[in-house]
Write a protein that binds this ligand. Structure first.
Ligand SMILES: Cc1ncc(COP(=O)(O)O)c(C=O)c1O
Length: 567
């Protein structure tokens, strides 16, 4: 257990001074000399009162917590080794305590039971997921956000945070669409229009984009008030459609399924188009599907291109998809939740060519913009687009107000854009360019290393900074090379079980972490394989670490493969 709790543990003893580190936000407990926290009007008022002395209990706790957290950040990936099922024992009690607790007691609990058993997502050896390491400057800056507690749904509770959020949207819009200075001068702070919306992540960004696409396609016409007012059944009747669909490749993120469900299209109307061997949209199949839907009188709400798929990091042929979307009059959405920041790299931005033709683009700031979880955006090419989802209320987001909330799916939202603003300015275009290029180069180097290993197989080539691979010991390799179709199938199934076991063992050991997924591959006639998935966004992940990951997997693999009975 990597977290020192300092002297917090002494507080529950009889020493009244120690026990006095109370419910309060100040020195209340010190002066009252109490042993047990009590709720009274005085104490509940006190917790909303700023601590006055520099050496107040809260200030001291604040310093100690910071030290503990920095300590935590330099330890193993999983600081504690308690299995999830045992961990749940600490979180079973559902009674809300009648009486208050001391802040210090809660700090004890948090450090011992929560921090100590958290996952160190910032570790350079944690290369399995898209949850990024954070630059350390985020910790003090995040305090500004929490302290001010602005609510950007409306200007009455956010003031400067509203234009700041609009500025951030403008910055990302410029990165994607690169319009003129005059364009941004006209629209960035234009309160009647929006260049995009900020939200809690890629899921909300995708849903918001498809919400706009649906409402624009099935908008008001003559006596028909539009889908937003009259609902899907009336909209389909009015326009003479049998249904409405969204098209994406098989590598599409599952959030699109939620969008199809929420928007009343139905998950089955999220049409998953087959992919090329490079895990990108098969354009022939896409055209075929578009024609088939047209023949069935099913409206195409949107074509979705992906710039950085979740599992393989592949990038769809966005330019060609923009052409097809234009031909069939569909909204073209690009899910660039992961890959959007590739645009910072002058060397690699060409990979996303065509993104500037998208009607909307989703970007997650909590992925490759390196801000804390809870920050996504969707940008729109047309400043009128968000009018199709505009909402008003009598007490806020009134007509003609500057309230951002009139265009967002969410209501109350934090001032998270402040952290994106800070990251964009502190890291800058050149900083992001270096980070992006480092990740892409590292993935290419790691792919080379994997190819050089006789007992590993690269499953998907990296285009950005993601790749997938698996451990294939010599005996299995031989069966895959020389075996019949049936033997190859069986060997792949066994290898999939082995991959899963290795990944679990590595995760449990807690030194390094890669994730796993299941992919169909052209090499094995579309058979689904379980593979290791590596995401290389942490600039501190070194080639040595990556080599050690392979070595660790090999050790588990040799042991587990030699003992099939343990499978
Ligand atoms: C391509 C893509 N789109 C959307 C999402 C959803 O993002 P979030 O988890 O922030 O909602 C992800 C998440 O991994 C993603 O990889």
């Amino acid at each position: 257990m990597g977290v020192s709790i300092g002297d917090y543990g002494q507080r529950k003893g009889s020493n009244s001074r120690a026990a006095a580190q109370a419910l309060d936000s100040s020195e209340m407990a010190d002066s009252l000399q109490i042993k047990k926290a009590q709720a009274s009007l005085e104490t509940v008022r006190k917790i909303f009162t700023a601590p006055e002395k520099a050496n107040s209990t809260l200030n001291r706790l604040d310093r100690e917590i910071s030290q503990n957290l920095i300590g935590f950040l330099s330890k193993r990936i999983v600081a504690g080794d308690i299995a999830p099922v045992n961990l749940e024992q600490d979180f079973l009690d559902t009674t809300i305590p009648e009486d208050p607790s001391f802040v210090s007691e809660q700090v004890d609990f948090l450090l011992n039971k929560v921090v100590a058993q958290s996952v160190r997502t910032s570790s350079p050896t944690f290369v399995g997921h898209m949850t990024s390491a954070l630059p350390y400057f985020m910790i003090p800056l995040a305090k500004i956000m929490i302290t001010l507690n602005q609510n950007v749904v409306k200007i009455e509770t956010s003031k400067a945070f509203t234009p700041l959020e609009r500025q951030v949207i403008g910055m990302l819009h410029r990165l994607v669409y690169g319009q003129s200075d005059e364009y941004y001068a006209q629209w960035t702070q234009n309160s009647t229009h929006s260049l995009g919306v900020f939200c809690s992540g890629g899921t909300l960004a995708n849903i918001s984009a498809l919400w706009v696409a649906r409402n624009r396609l099935l908008g008001p016409q003559g006596d028909f008030a539009g889908v937003a007012e009259e609902g899907m059944a009336a909209a389909l009747r009015h326009y003479g459609f049998e249904g409405a669909a969204v098209l994406v490749s098989r590598r599409g993120h599952y959030s699109l399924g939620k969008a199809a469900d929420l928007l009343g299209l139905g998950r089955r109307q999220l049409v998953k188009i087959p992919i090329t061997p490079e895990h990108t949209m098969d354009l022939v199949e896409l055209r075929r599907q578009v024609a088939e839907l047209k023949a069935k009188r099913i409206a195409v709400v949107a074509l979705v291109g992906i710039a950085g798929t979740t599992e393989t990091g592949s990038v769809d042929p966005l330019e060609a998809m923009a052409d097809i979307a234009a031909e069939c009059g569909a909204h073209f959405h690009v899910d660039a939740a992961w890959g959007g920041p590739t645009l910072f790299s002058r060397r690699h931005r060409g990979l996303l060519r065509g993104i500037e033709r998208a009607d909307s683009v989703a970007i997650d700031a909590h992925k490759q913009l390196y801000v804390p979880v809870g920050a996504g955006m969707v940008l729109f090419k047309d400043v009128e687009a968000l009018a199709s989802v505009e909402h008003h209320a009598n007490y806020i987001i009134r007509r003609g107000s500057r309230d951002i909330g009139k265009h967002t799916l969410e209501g109350s939202r934090s001032g998270m854009a402040m952290l994106v603003h800070s990251a964009l300015r502190i890291i800058g275009q050149r900083g992001y360019e270096l980070l992006i290029e480092l990740g892409i180069e590292k993935a290419a180097d790691f792919a080379r290393l994997i190819r050089e290993q006789p007992d590993f197989e690269l499953v998907s080539e990296p285009v950005l900074n993601l790749l997938t691979y698996r451990y294939v010991p010599a005996a299995a390799r031989e069966r895959l090379r020389a075996g019949s179709a049936e033997e190859r199938r069986t060997a792949n199934e066994e290898l999939s079980s082995l991959t899963e076991l290795i990944q679990k063992e590595q995760r449990a050991n807690g030194k390094t972490f890669v994730s796993r997924t299941r992919l169909e591959t052209a090499r094995y006639e579309g058979q689904m394989l379980t593979v290791f998935r590596v995401v290389l966004a942490n600039p501190l992940a070194t080639p040595e670490i990556l080599a050690s990951i392979l070595q660790e997997q090999r050790e588990y693999g040799e042991r587990l493969f030699e003992a099939p009975s343990s499978r």
